[in-house]
Design a binder for this molecule. Structure first.
Ligand code: ISE
Length: 322
């Protein structure tokens, strides 16, 4: 079976995913595209042999679209994802699932009303070979219980539109998700420490910052977020356990996520296409998107409130996601 995919949002991420789908994901055909800029949508549609849609709701409803990929800006995610759920169409949504936990909860409510899991969230690190190896080693228990996690997330630079909060909601959200996944438990509180700022920061940012998290079992997690390091896209992770320290192995290096996580992006899209064919959602869920957003909400409050430790407000996990 060929999965006929409609893509909403044709910015850098949407374009990269389209190219991956067209060249590296078997069993997929791109049949519809939509963007805020209709001329851009028309050009991309011609390039991929797809139909351009001015309104994303029409793309979602289209007969020639079996499944939807959402790569628009964060605030536009929830309406598109909820419309796809209401139509019963599987939907892959780039991170963040939505800008706040409240919006993510709306998405979960729509899925629960429908009675099935249709949403997959683009937390691509879970598909990276080095992270998978690290998780297997932690889970094996060879070095005892994890006690401390150090996570490093650097970007060489960020665009002008990047805001202070985005260090957490756009960048740190990857570390938040991967730590939940590595430890297999939720995060309970967040604090923000503020090291000496780089001279090269954009003035509106706190750069670098350290997001200090505590997990349900008491693991201390320090996430170093530095988005103007001027030299490389640099991701690292170290898990200190009772009798040994486990380090993330090197992946491909480069200046952005496409270089470092290129193979992981392909793997997540392949898994998604396969899950649509099988009719079983088996990637990161709307609950994962919600739980990460709840930690971001606490982190953003901690960023505004110098030094405070802010509890993460998490609802009980609905049965659909257990
Ligand atoms: C970007 O949106 C990503 O997802 C990258 O992985 C991250 O490193 C970057 O900071 C974000 O802006």
């Amino acid at each position: 079976m060929t999965v006929r995919v409609g893509m909403i949002g044709l910015g850098a991420m949407g374009r990269s995913h389209l190219t991956r789908l067209a060249t590296q994901v078997p069993g997929v055909e791109i049949t519809g595209v939509s963007d805020l800029d209709p001329e851009h949508a028309a050009r991309v549609a011609a390039e991929f042999g797809a139909v351009p849609f001015a309104d994303p709701r029409d793309l979602i409803a289209a007969r020639e679209v079996d499944a939807v990929l959402v790569c628009s800006s964060g605030p536009a995610h929830a309406p598109a994802v909820i419309t796809a759920i209401e139509r019963g169409k599987p939907v892959f949504c780039e991170k963040p699932l939505a800008p706040s936990a409240g919006d993510c909860a709306e998405i979960m409510r729509a899925e629960q009303a429908r009675g099935e899991r249709l949403v997959t969230v683009g937390f691509m690190r879970r598909f990276d070979a080095a992270y998978r190896h690290l998780r297997d080693t932690v889970a094996s228990g060879e070095f005892g219980a994890p006690l401390i996690v150090h996570s490093r997330h650097h970007n060489p630079r960020v665009p002008e539109r990047y805001t202070r909060e985005m260090s957490i909601t756009d960048t740190g959200i990857h570390d938040i998700d991967i730590v939940r996944w590595l430890l297999g438990e939720e995060i309970c509180s967040a604090r923000v420490d503020r090291p000496r700022p780089t001279r090269h920061r954009c003035t509106q940012l706190q750069d670098p910052l350290v997001l200090v998290l505590t997990s349900a079992s008491g693991v201390w997690v320090g996430v170093e977020i530095f988005v103007n390091n001027r030299h490389s896209y640099d991701v690292g992770c170290e898990v200190v356990a009772e009798t040994g320290t486990m380090r993330l192995g090197d992946g491909p290096q480069g200046m952005d996520h496409n270089a470092r996580f290129g193979p992981a992006f392909v793997a997540e899209l392949r898994q998604w296409a396969g899950s649509v064919t099988r009719g079983v959602q088996d990637g990161p869920t709307a609950w994962d998107g919600y739980a990460a957003a709840a930690v971001c909400d606490a982190g953003v409050r901690a960023l505004a409130d110098g030094g405070a430790t802010v509890p993460v407000e998490l609802m009980e996990r609905p049965a659909l996601y257990r």
